[in-house]
Design a protein around this ligand. Structure first.
Ligand code: PLP
Length: 454
């Protein structure tokens, strides 16, 4: 795996950088109570180094479910340099495009679930979700059903942090203090088999969820609903894997009512959960699919919406003007990087490798099953969620923040806490030895947990 090694040291001392950080930077999703800073300056494979020169094992894909092909890949650096020397940027507005965005669009359509033949590029996931919501509403509007404005989403979902995607997000903290969100968004329950007893009152998971969805559609009125949005596997909610019959039955119900289905594959696509597109593997048959993150493995910001041909034609063809877009939609350098990234995913068979990584994790995390604080271990492809509880009977959530911090401090392992679930989503080039190291570190930290999660 060729990697970039000849990088200069960071621009100034670690202490200066950390002080600068505290003084000038607002971090996305930052806890104001935390003083600690970690300034990352270099990466190679699954390893990154902070400004102190400390080596960290990145089992979170660049800390954010992103770095499918690993850090420091010369293939992507070269692709970026080549494109920057040729054409760094030109607009994609109106009649303009560029060869890289066209090559990438064609490549995505070839890989996409059946029937998704159109592509709209964005800068990342939130914008792509935002765009998909607009496209769904516009589609019905142009088809003579302007009342179809409602969007159905799910509690605990994460769809982004702009106003529209943030409103679709089912995390109450995201909505506090910012005034009104997007109107006409309604949430239903997520599939969460581990908590079926408390959430579904003893009913079978899919039966309960379908009944609730049908009642919600009835209450709002099918003729008022544009689309439902959902992650095939809910990542930020703690790797919630639905029962096999959930998506096919949801799809069937939505189709019956003319409601579109938007699959948010910002996390799951490109091998993260073991398939190129997880929505296809789980029977969603989505009308629109939203992607970002693994599309470039984080080497450039890029997202996209994949659409059914007739939806694309309706919102942007037939004499309609599409009043929507971003300066950097179809950015040639980002698209060139994405093409090189797809080359690597294919050449190194990383999507199939995700399943193997999941098996390594299952085996290496087996000792967790004997620990009283481990409620459930969930594995989907190369993604792991370990749900922590105070005890097996009450299943009271035990927050995972202290575990993530201790993993970093004691073992130099970067994972992430999502509420009471500790998540690992490593680059798909991770070795069995590195999986073993990360798993052993997690077993050690969880085994040392006190009852209050510290
Ligand atoms: N959708 C999902 C499922 C995500 O996990 C994320 C980000 O983590 C987003 C959308 C938003 O993407 P971005 O942060 O690129 O705007």
């Amino acid at each position: 795996m060729p990697i970039v090694n000849d990088v200069p040291a960071a621009t100034r001392s670690a202490g200066d950088l950390e002080e600068l950080d505290r003084r000038v930077l607002l971090h996305p999703h930052q806890s104001g109570a935390r003083n600690e800073r970690c300034v990352v300056v270099r990466g190679s494979g699954c390893t990154v180094w902070d400004a102190h020169g400390t080596e960290l094992l990145d089992v979170m894909g660049g800390g954010n479910w992103v770095a499918q092909v690993g850090h420091g890949r010369t293939e992507l650096a070269d692709a970026a340099a080549r494109q920057l020397g040729r054409l760094e940027y030109f607009t994609g507005f109106d009649i303009f495009s560029n060869d890289q965005s066209l090559e990438l669009a064609e490549r995505l359509v070839r890989r996409a679930p059946d029937g998704l033949d159109r592509v709209f590029f964005t800068n990342g996931g939130s914008e792509a979700v935002e765009s998909a919501i607009k496209f769904a509403r516009l589609f019905h509007h142009h088809r003579g059903q302007p009342d179809r404005t409602w969007i159905l989403s799910r509690h605990y979902a994460y769809h982004g942090s702009t106003y529209g995607s943030g409103t679709a997000t089912g995390i109450p903290g995201m909505h506090a203090g910012i005034g009104l969100g997007l109107p006409h968004v309604e949430k239903v329950s997520p599939p969460y088999p581990y908590r079926a007893a408390e959430l579904y009152g003893g009913a079978e998971t899919t039966d309960f969820l379908l009944r609730e969805l049908a009642e919600t559609i009835d209450r709002i009125g099918p003729g008022n609903i544009a689309a439902m949005i959902g992650e095939p596997v809910m990542g930020g909610a703690g790797i919630l894997v639905p029962p096999a019959d959930y998506w096919p039955r949801v799809r069937e119900l939505l189709t019956r009512h003319g409601i579109l289905l938007i699959a948010d594959e910002v996390v799951t696509a490109f091998g993260r959960t073991g398939a190129w597109f997880d929505s296809a593997a789980r029977g969603m048959a989505a009308d629109l699919v939203v992607i970002a993150k693994g599309l470039t493995s984080g080497y450039a910001p890029l997202g996209a919406v994949l659409l059914r041909d007739d939806i694309g034609e309706t919102v942007a063809g037939g004499g309609n003007y599409l009043f929507h877009g971003h300066t950097y939609s179809g950015h040639p350098t980002a698209c060139a990087i994405a093409l090189a990234n797809l080359d690597l995913l294919e050449r190194e068979e990383l999507v199939a490798r995700a399943g193997t990584i999941g098996q390594w994790f299952r085996a290496a995390l087996a000792p967790l099953s004997g620990l009283p604080q481990v409620g459930e271990v969930r594995v989907a492809g190369a993604t792991v969620g370990v749900e922590l509880v105070t005890d097996q009977d009450s299943r009271t959530p035990l927050m995972a923040g202290a575990v993530a911090t201790e993993l970093r401090h004691a073992h130099r392992v970067v994972a992430r806490d999502y509420g009471n679930t500790l998540v690992m989503a490593p680059p798909l080039v991770i070795t069995e030895e590195q999986v073993g190291r990360a798993a052993a570190a997690l077993v050690d930290v969880v085994a040392r947990l006190d009852a209050d999660g510290t």
